[in-house]
Design a protein around this ligand. Structure first.
Ligand code: FAD
Length: 388
């Protein structure tokens, strides 16, 4: 019989990845504790806000395959929790016709039989009269892409976890990790002992890993989440079937620019640059760089003539970025009973259900059904010997 402070598994971080991992562990009948440093819900990490894009438009086949599974698990969670988490809108992908990044994305979707519709510069305006396609750009629509309801997801997954007997302790910061066959986890409120630990601490990952003797090459970046007001209300609305969109690169920036139809704030379209400036997650708002907003203003005035080119609302969110933009899903190099899920590089939300399954498998010593070589820590070690 375990005491109240002993667990089969402790998960640190109640963002999307930690919440789905804890849920999977509880589903496999493991006594699981989910620890969160802030009072839930909070808006200081990476998983807050109303919406995220779900898509398969990736350059790499392995992400497309993971998304096949993820879509199934999203539907399963909707059924279990009895809430709508996904809305199909399609994703309009635009990019320079001869650009490799744009072409590979298109080819990967075609190769994997993802439903899509290719547009020509001639018929683009009939489909999207309120968007101006840049000269030399091509476009297609990935039909099954859409919007995920982010805040609603966290509430649903955490609720299902608790229904399965899982324990959530929020407002409880992990202050120390002592590895061992039983890991000792000290918090602002107590001390726990656990057979397995999963670290899913988002931007705070390296602050926690210090206790375990490693640092990963992760950069924490602040993103300005900008909402742009419609000149005529309804022109870009989710209810009018306006899609999510992505420009792979353009004259405004070599980074992606992406957006979602007007939805959470009526009459306002969310458009962001997939890049930002480095920050410390505990000092986020001291980073005040607005050069991304200037880039977005140029994009909006050129490509979205039906929007005012000054953002009406600017919010903040954090990315935790790896050098190759691929995730970290692995055992700790020195302690097999510590598993790390990190570095989601600004594109991890849609994978939440499948990441939860993978981190759970790793933690229980089972073999995940995906090839995890792109996500291993040793890919960094070859380049940086000081990790361990
Ligand atoms: C503006 C923006 C737009 C995005 N758009 C998309 C999109 O369209 N599609 C998509 O798929 N993805 C998108 N993403 C990325 C996606 O949201 C993230 O990859 C994902 O939310 C990462 O989740 P996480 O659980 O790793 O991190 P987090 O959500 O940050 O969770 C980590 C948690 O750990 C907690 N924690 C940390 N340290 C401790 C400690 N010591 N003790 C206790 N708790 C601790 C934190 O408080 C936090 O709650 C976007 C991200 C941003 C910022």
């Amino acid at each position: 019989m375990m005491s109240d402070s002993e667990f089969d598994c402790v998960v640190i971080g109640a963002g999307v990845q930690g919440s789905f991992t804890a849920y999977q562990l509880a589903k496999r009948k493991k006594k699981t504790l989910l620890l969160e440093q802030f009072v839930l819900p909070h808006s200081r990490g990476s998983s807050h806000g109303q919406t995220r894009i779900i898509r398969k438009a990736y350059e790499e086949d392995f992400y497309v395959r993971m998304m096949e599974e993820s879509y199934k698990l999203w539907t399963q969670m909707e059924k279990e929790a009895g809430v709508k988490l996904y809305r199909q809108t399609g994703l309009l992908v635009m990019g320079p016709e001869n650009n490799e990044n744009y072409q590979i994305r298109k080819k990967t979707l075609l190769k994997n039989n993802v439903p899509m519709e290719q547009l020509t510069p001639e018929n683009f305006g009939q489909h999207f009269p309120n968007v101006s396609l840049a000269k030399g750009h091509a476009a297609f629509v990935e039909l099954t892409a859409g919007v995920l309801y982010a805040d609603r997801t966290l509430k649903a997954v955490q609720g299902q976890f608790q229904k399965l007997g899982g324990v959530i302790r929020d407002n409880e910061k992990v202050t120390n990790i002592k590895p061992g066959s039983l890991v000792t986890v000290s918090t602002s409120n107590g001390v726990y002992r656990t057979k397995r630990l999963v670290i899913a601490a988002g931007p705070w990952t390296n602050k926690l890993l210090v206790d375990t003797g490693i640092q990963l090459p992760l950069e924490v970046v602040r993103i300005n989440v900008c909402y742009w007001r419609e000149k005529v209300q309804g022109s870009y609305d989710v209810k009018q079937s306006f899609p999510c969109f992505l420009q792979t690169e353009g004259e405004e920036s070599s980074d992606h620019i992406y957006g979602l139809p007007a939805n959470e704030y009526p009459g306002m379209v969310k458009i962001c640059l997939h890049a930002g400036s480095n920050t410390d997650p505990d000092q986020r708002d001291q980073q005040t760089d607005r050069s991304d907003i200037e880039t977005l203003q140029r994009f909006v005035s050129r490509r979205f003539p039906g929007l005012f080119s000054e953002p009406a609302v600017v919010e903040s969110c954090l990315y935790t970025v790896t050098p190759d933009d691929h995730f970290v899903l692995d055992h700790h190099p020195a302690y097999r009973n510590i598993v790390i899920g990190a570095g989601f590089s600004g594109h991890g939300f849609k994978f939440g259900p499948v990441v939860g399954q993978i981190l759970c498998d790793l933690s229980l010593g089972e073999v995940p059904s995906f090839d995890l070589s792109p996500f291993r820590i040793r890919r960094f070690q070859a380049k940086n010997k000081s990790l361990l």
